[in-house]
Design a protein around this ligand. Structure first.
Ligand SMILES: Cc1ncc(COP(=O)(O)O)c(C=O)c1O
Length: 365
């Protein structure tokens, strides 16, 4: 049996719970036309410019992709105002989390993270025998003092998802500056900015100001959210060239497929799509806040395209009842938030349908 060669830290890992395909859920429940507000995807679909770029590239599918993602890096470099030697491209930003851990973490090394925060950090770290040092949030924000106090000689990485998934809060520039002050240089601070495009708080952390000052930091970003390309899997990291040249060593050559490269490059030119996405998200959030307030439900004001709401009942039960109404949300019970759901902002029609279903399920109609 190969099992005897699989270390305990892998055998005890609880895999990421995949959602069922919508079609399968509908078949099981005997419903049709359900809506998915569960994975923080873009309800508008993919960027039309990205779709057009994909069509053009399909005739080259017999060729391997460009192993350096040259054009995507060039376009990103122009978009961000940094040299392309400051960039690494991943198969989703998830893959860059994997690069970071593969590069820096050996058995028994420590990685500091918040709780709740993005679940993938702890899964990937545990898979290589790293120790997860998990610091509870304080009032829905990272407890940066406690995270700093948890740093030891064995700490290799600190993950701060900013804004945080599943809470939706961001970190203030001044708080992050205080956190970075005097931090030992043997560790890398990861600002996971998957939802950065949605942030409206002008006091939120500005990653570039820290990279420019020579701090050991990396930002992770993605085309999965505001650009509507989750299915293609493209994310990127921004950091000093010295960090990037190390990450490039653990990246396999053809990690970004050619359609994904073409689509992501084109999506950066689709300003209209991005602005439309941001405006329906803001409109949707304010609608949801208003409805939650009318229903007497508390929620955490969000800097993202999702909102965490306390439904005041067991989260899994409400999730199941919502499913039967054809509305898929994300129960937060597995994050230890026993009465919370995380709702991705949809189109206004979807948001209204979600509220109707929630009122019915909670008997608040
Ligand atoms: C905080 C955070 N980081 C990273 C990701 C992963 O994004 P990607 O699709 O680029 O792998 C997500 C996706 O939900 C996320 O919420």
């Amino acid at each position: 049996m190969i099992k005897k060669h699989v270390p305990d830290y892998i055998q005890t890992l609880t895999p990421y719970p995949p959602g069922k395909p919508i079609e399968e859920l509908e078949r099981e429940l005997g419903i049709t036309g359900s809506i998915k507000l569960a994975s923080n995807e873009n309800p508008l679909g993919p960027s039309p410019k990205a779709l057009a770029a994909i069509e053009k590239r399909t005739k080259d599918l017999h060729r391997y992709p460009d192993g350096s993602s040259y054009y995507l890096k060039e376009r990103l470099s122009q978009h961000l105002g940094v040299g392309s030697d400051h960039l690494v491209i991943g198969n989703g930003s998830n893959e860059i989390i994997e690069f970071l851990i593969r590069l820096l973490v050996r058995v028994g090394d420590e990685v500091v993270m918040g709780d709740p925060s993005f679940i993938v950090y702890r899964l990937i770290n545990q898979a290589v025998g790293g120790k997860n040092v998990i610091i509870p949030l304080k009032d829905w924000n990272f407890d940066l003092d406690a995270m700093k106090a948890a740093i030891t000689d064995r700490t290799r990485l600190v993950f701060i998802d900013c804004p945080n998934n599943p809470v939706g809060t961001t970190v203030k520039q001044s708080d992050f500056a205080r956190f970075m002050e005097g931090l030992p240089e043997h560790l890398l601070v990861v600002l996971d900015e998957a939802y950065q495009d949605f942030v409206t708080d002008t006091n939120a952390v500005n990653f570039f100001s820290f990279m420019d000052k020579g701090h050991t930091v990396i930002s992770l970003r993605t085309f999965s959210k505001a650009y509507g390309l989750s299915g293609l899997r493209v994310g990127y990291g921004i950091a000093a060239p010295g960090i990037m040249s190390m990450l490039e060593r653990v990246r396999q050559p053809f990690n970004i497929n050619s359609l994904a490269q073409a689509a992501a490059t084109a999506a950066l030119d689709d300003e209209q799509f991005l602005q439309h996405t941001l405006s329906i998200t803001r409109e949707g959030l304010s609608y949801l806040y208003g409805q939650f307030e009318e229903m007497g439900l508390s929620y955490v004001p969000s800097q993202t395209n999702f909102v965490l709401v306390d439904v005041g009942r067991p989260a899994n039960e409400v999730y199941q009842a919502m499913l039967r109404e054809g509305v898929i949300v994300r129960s937060m019970a597995s994050y230890g938030l026993k009465t919370y759901e995380r709702i991705t902002v949809g189109t206004m029609k979807e948001n209204e349908r979600f509220i109707r279903a929630l009122k019915k399920v909670l008997d608040k109609g």
